[in-house]
Each structure stands twice: as structure tokens, then as C-alpha cells.
Design a binder for this molecule. Sequence first.
Ligand code: GLC
Length: 650
Amino acid sequence: MYNFTLHQRITRICQQQGLLLSGDDLGFYTRLSANATAIESLYRSLYSNHLMADALFEQLLITLIRGHQQRNKELRARDITKANKGQWFLSNEICGMSLYVDRFCGTLKDLPARLPYLESLGVNFLHVMPIFESPAGESDGGYAVSDFRKVDSRFGTIDDLRAVQKNMQEKDMYLMLDIVLNHTSHHHEWAVKAKNGDPVYQEYFYMYDDRSIPDQLDATMPEIFPETAPGSFTWNKESRKWVMTVFHNYQWDLNYTNPSVLVDMLDNILFYANLGVDILRIDAPAFIWKQLGTTCQNLPEAHTILRLIRQCVEVATPGMALLGEAIVAPKEIMKYFGTDLYTAKECDVAYNATQMALQWDALATGDTRIMLAAQHNLLQKPFGCTWISYTRCHDDIGLGYDDSMIAAAGFNAYEHRKFLKEYYSGVHPSSSATGALFSVNPKTQDARISGSLASLCGLEKAIASGNEKSIETAAKKILLMQAQSIFIGGIPMLFYGDEAAYTNDYSYLTEEGKTYDNRWMHRPVIDWKKNEKTKEQGTIEHLIFSGTQKLLKLRKQLPVTGDYKNIHWITPHNIHVAGFIRSMDQDHLYCLFNYSDKAAYLTWYAFKEQGFGVTNLYDHWNDQRLSVGADYEYLIIEPYSFCLLEAISY
Ligand code: GLC
């Protein structure tokens, strides 16, 4: 919608800031003109009653102009290449890995030398876990940031980061960094000023003289870390105020009802974009707006802020996509892709945490019905957006899918979750897993699960027992889990160490500032001697590395695995088998995963029900050719095995 007054205003500001109406500047001016009405109305819907609303809107526009002006030639060229590809992040050619620089290789300076290892695996996209300054001992793995622009000396310097980015760019690799939007460390300059009584910066946080509002908020806000950081407020003795701290007591929640916070954080976002970030992981966006009487999660205003950020990024630094790290219920997650007018115009990417957790569910139960019940929601993802598809990440596994999905599969939700918690913490008699419960809430008995991919799949116990058969079963489970997440659609995101079968790392129990958080058990310190074994045939490291490598290579070879709303789930012919078809034009890939410890029989009718007229298949995983049989015959899938069957005409 054209708005004459606004257009005049942006033209004036652009001129004042020395922008030319030609070349790249013209591109920027055009994008700003196109998005200005949306940006203004999103902004006004949040801040129209704020005294400083208009002045800060001007500041927001200037921030966008500066963001554009500070973008270098290479990044501007890359923006155009990406724009020409359309939604470049939907491609089957992108495969990611998430890693902690220090635990993976030491410092940022050491990272370039390790890139060939990642490339040989098939990884061309790196999520470098938080590296900005964060006080040791009160860091939450880097998610308590005390300076958004200074690389923590543990990892190196901002120049080292720039060098890594340049190196990756030359190799055509993509980079993801985090912006921790919801909170800062209490050592951040803003928090320090607030502690010292500066009223301007006290407005940057939620600070209260007494418990009356905190008590009301606490009554409806779920606790995130009930064991280690109960409640959502912390008493700050310097300012003599209660401060909102939804996560740990050293993480102070930013107050987005204050437009200065939004503008300052937008400036940080564009700073990251101009470091060459390809996908920005927006940490914990579900929490960024708070309102009395609510859970203070997933509120409409949180979506407004994300939409606003998205429209701004599209104007100033258009090549950077946004990942919303919302680990929320299935019906909530879809909203992070945008709704109504903003469909596919909010976050470009989100974690498919429901699918991830349901794969763990299926692995424990051998039953895929809940996974199937969840697809009704998950398939509503709009075209143009994609998932991060994963089995493990640095966080715990939450069992946050709906009770109704569990009920639809015929189970009792309470009993079912109880079984899963017992299974993965290794206490259930049928369990081969070694993990631990994380953040047990004594009031609700809710708990999440910690543990590495390999340990949760039984490798730790199998190695301890020395039983070859158990080691083989654990390896099959690991590859089954990886295969489904790599082929289901979305950007596969491996977690470092999983490619080399790392079991739980208990060294955190002696590391200061980590012992209280058992998520560290699945954040290993890499031993490169162990990783060398990925080249030695006959080792478990080689088995898992080469299997993962093959899966990524196949995905890159098969364009049908790109995420173009091109997935159909097969109706359940066998409750142990999760099956879907990835299709593009005349190409069809049947992906079938047997979660049971017994061979699964799948009627050949499953290949006919979609009416594709498939007669012959090539199994890319098992390297064999098959013919579709009669309806009374079966395809047999071995225990914890899978097939990736492409329809062929020869
Ligand atoms: C995100 C991070 C998690 C962190 C939390 C608070 O969920 O993934 O590790 O503890 O945000 O920043």
C-alpha cells in the first residue's frame, strides 16, 4: 500500500544520509519504498502509544540505511546470487552442522583447517554456536551475552571471525550465527547501567520495586529451568529491584515494549548480517513479549516483532534468512512462518522439534503412529519456508507434542511420556539408552531428555558390554534416525560429534559453571585422534561417518529431496514403518524407515496407492534394484533399517 507522507519521509532521510538514487543504493531505496508501509504499520501496532515512538521510528529508518551502507561489495553480490535462486535455503544441496568452536577445534583461528573434514562429510553450512562475549561460569553456553559485538577472547577476535567467514564464502559454504534476542547477560553494559540506577536503561529490562507484579506473572508463566532457576524473577541487590529472568538468573529479559530496545537490537542484527551471516538464528523468539495473565510465550506481539525484523532485513541486508528458534507446540510452530498477509513472510526457517522428538518416540516404542498423527499439523508449513531437520542439537529433547496426537495413536499421554522418560534415562528394563532427565519439574513431573545421539541409541551400553550384536544394533539405530531427518525435507543439521559416534561426555562434571546443566553431556570435546578413526574401516567411527556421508551425498544427488512442499505420507500399512514419498515432476523417492526390532513387512500396495504407476525401484541406500510385486506380496525391511527407493523406468 502506497503512503505518500511516508514515502516523502524516507526520501528525505535517504538524502540526508547521503544515499544516491542509482546503483546498489537505488536497489535499497526500492526495497525500502516497497516495505515501508508494512514496516511502519507493524511498528505502530506495537508502539503508537509510546512517547518516543516517532523519533525512534526515524532512528529505525536510519539504522536500515546504515545497515545497507555498511554492507560490503561481496555480500551485496551474494545477495543478488541468492535472490536469483529464489528461496535458496530450500535446496537439497545444503547440509549443516552445529558446533562449539572451542570444543570442536579450539579457537576460530583453528576452524579453517577443519573445514575440509566437514566438506568431506558433505557439510556446507555451519551453525557456529554463540561466540560473542559471555561471562565464563554464567554463560549458558554463550546464550548470556555481555557484548553483542565482541567475540569472546576464548574463541578469538572479530577479525578471526571475519577470516572464517571469508574462507567459508570462498568454499561456497553458508554460515549461521545466533542473535540472543530475548535477554542479555547481567554483565551487559545496559544491565550494568540499569543496576547502577540509570532510569533509561532500567527501561531496557523488566524491573520492579516489589513482588506484586512478579507474583502475578509467576502465577501464569511456566518455568524453563525449574530445578536450577525456579520462577521468572531475580532480586538485584544493587538496584534493589526484582528483574525478570525467564531463563537463568544471570540472563535478564529485554523489554521490547520499549522501542529503543527493538531499534538497538535491530542494529545488532544488521551488524551480524554484515559479518556475512547467511542464516540468523533468532534465539528463543517465543519469549520476547510478556503480558500479565498469559504464559508470556508465543504472544501475537512476538510475531509482530519477528515480522518487523524480517521486513527490515529484506530491505537492508536481503541475503540473510531468519531462523526462529521456537521450540513450541505443533500448532504454535506453524505461526512462526507467518499467517494471513504475512504467510511465508516471518521466519524463513524453524526447527522441526516435533518431528525430531517423534523419531525418538518411535525408536523407543517401535511404533510410528504418533509420528503419523502429527503430520496433519506439520504438513501445513507454507511453501517458501523450511525446517531445520535434526535428531540432536545442543539442547535437551522435549516431549512437547500434543496429548491429542498420543491419544490418536491409542495411548495414554501421561503413561506414554512416563515410559519415554524412563526409557531414555535408561531406567526402564527394556532400555538400551544412556541419558538423563533434564529440568524435572517436581510440580508437574514434566522433564526433558539429555544425551548424545549415540548414547540414546544404545551405543554407550553396547560398547561397555562389548557385545558386537548390540553395537551393530546401536549403529543401525543411529543411521536410521539420521536418515529420516536427512530425507524428510528441510535443512539437515547434524550435531558435531554425532558423525563420529560420540557417546556422552561426562567431563562437564568437573568444569566450573557447567555441572548444574546436564545438557553438557551431549556437547562433547572433540578428540581428533578418535575422529581420525573415521578413516579406518571396521571402526564404529568409520561406520557412522561413512554412513552419514553417504546419506548426505545421496541427498545432494536427488533434487527431489529439496523442500518444495513435495512430501506425501504413505497411509499406515505397518505401524512400525514411517514412510513418505518425495516427489518432483515425474520423479518419486519412497523413503521407508523400520523403527522395530523385527523385520517389517510392507505390502507392495503401498507403492500403488498414490497412482504413480511405479513398477521398478532403485534402492539408493542398499544399492539394489527391486520390482514392485503383487498386492499380496511384501517388501521386507530389516530391523532398524530403511530404504530410499527411487522409481525407475528400466
Ligand atoms: C535457547 C538455546 C538454549 C538456551 C536458551 C536461553 O533455547 O538453544 O541453549 O539455554 O535459548 O538462551
